[in-house]
Design a protein around this ligand. Structure first.
Ligand code: ZN
Ligand code: ZN
Length: 154
């Protein structure tokens, strides 16, 4: 699922549907980020429709029962992703924002680098793997300069 996250985030959310995703980058960069729904929330809603449809097929169409365990796994990943990204990193759930472990701190730093540079890492739960492909030197990330491929307001 982390590979799916990478591809969807990089080539869909930072691709043809970037206007929706831009709301999240802009809001997350604000000093007092708005915790209310943002246009970017269309993505998890759309993903959940895909999961519901796949589970419906798995339960109701003969020969497709294998979809059930697959998409139960997708659901578990989605729950963990949402808790980490929205709850812990962006503090949309107050008590989750207080969770502070070595793992959550490294995920927060990696995701902050993505927000600042609009570049790697596009992954969420294993960002260190995608950080290996970074094309920007560290000082460019800190200064907030962007990769040339997609200019996005923050
Ligand atoms: Zn992004
Ligand atoms: Zn984010």
């Amino acid at each position: 699922m982390e590979a799916v996250t990478y591809v969807v985030h990089r080539f869909v959310m930072h691709g043809p549907f970037e206007s929706l995703h831009r709301s999240h980058h802009r809001n997350a960069a604000a000093a007092f980020a708005d915790k209310r729904p943002e246009p970017n929330d269309v993505f998890p809603a759309a993903f959940s429709l895909v999961v519901i449809a796949a589970l419906w097929v798995g339960f109701n169409v003969s020969g497709f029962a294998w979809l059930v365990p697959l998409f139960v796994g997708v659901t578990v990943y989605g729950i963990v992703y949402t808790a980490i990204h929205d709850g812990v990193i962006h503090g949309r759930v107050a008590w989750m924002k207080r969770i502070d472990t070595h793992w959550t701190r490294s995920l927060t730093l990696a995701h902050r680098a993505h927000h600042q540079a609009n570049n790697e890492p596009y992954g969420m739960l294993l960002p260190s793997l995608t950080m290996r492909n970074r094309s920007l030197p560290a000082q460019d990330v800190r200064s907030g300069s962007r990769a040339s491929h997609v200019p996005v307001d923050q």
